[in-house]
Design a protein around this ligand. Structure first.
Ligand code: BG6
Ligand code: MG
Length: 220
């Protein structure tokens, strides 16, 4: 039976996905790299170094390790500066209502974000205490699409993977949830997330009822 729901952060609970994009775009523009909003889709859910590798590949450019590290730091500085404006007003509509419904149903709530800034973001959003466990992106060996962070989160909540369901807005994240043996709820269109088990346009549209029935339909 379902015991816990594990959420991605960026693009699921708040619009930081846009800030990540803007920070990558600024880096790309400053260094003459090929990048645009379309190319950014492939970066969603991908960790910092993996994202830069993808951008460099697209441009067909290689950089030495010190330069690579400096570029990562530059992107993060831009991103962190954008986070300074974040407050509870940046929490997507409906998150608090959904969390309250999950709690009332006796379900645990976990966070499985690839972001090293995740703790700072949830603190700014005022939801740091809402989670039974926050998985540490820096502590897992393999980033999404590997299942590691979702498995670590289930484990941290004292649950087995088959007792959990995952919520994601990125293809890499949906793949990670399935690899962890969990049902995957996609925030976005079927076109954007073809592998998700169910789709809702935004987190505010997701109900406890949908979560429970998604679990039952896919449980063999
Ligand atoms: C993911 C985002 O949640 O975190 C990616 O979808 C981002 O866009 C990744 O690159 C890593 O974030 P950070 O904050 O560690 O650079
Ligand atoms: Mg995301």
């Amino acid at each position: 039976a379902l015991k816990g729901v594990i959420f991605d952060l960026d693009g699921v609970l708040t619009d930081t996905a846009e800030d990540h994009y803007q920070a990558w775009q600024a880096l790309a523009d400053a260094h003459g790299l090929t990048f645009d909003r379309e190319a950014n889709h492939a970066l969603k859910g991908v960790d910092r170094a993996g994202s830069l590798r993808l951008i460099l590949e697209q441009t067909g450019k290689a950089v030495e390790p010190p330069k690579f590290e400096a570029m990562l730091a530059e992107k993060n500085a831009t991103y962190v500066a954008r986070l300074r404006g974040y407050s509870p007003a940046n929490l997507f509509a409906g998150v608090e209502r959904l969390f309250a419904a999950l709690r009332a149903a006796g379900l645990k709530i976990g966070l499985a974000s690839a972001s090293r800034n995740a703790r700072d973001v949830v603190a700014r959003l005022g939801i740091a205490d809402a989670f039974d466990f926050i998985a540490d992106a820096g502590a897992v060996t393999h980033p999404k699409p590997a299942p590691d962070i979702f498995l670590a989160c289930a484990d941290g909540m004292g649950l087995s993977p088959d007792q959990c369901i995952g919520v994601e807005d990125a293809r890499a994240g949906i793949t990670a949830i399935h690899a962890a043996g969990m049902v995957a709820i996609g925030i976005g269109s079927e076109e954007a997330l073809p592998d998700a088990d169910i789709h809702v346009p935004a987190i505010g549209d997701l109900t406890l009822g949908q979560i429970l029935s998604a679990e039952q339909e896919t449980a063999a």
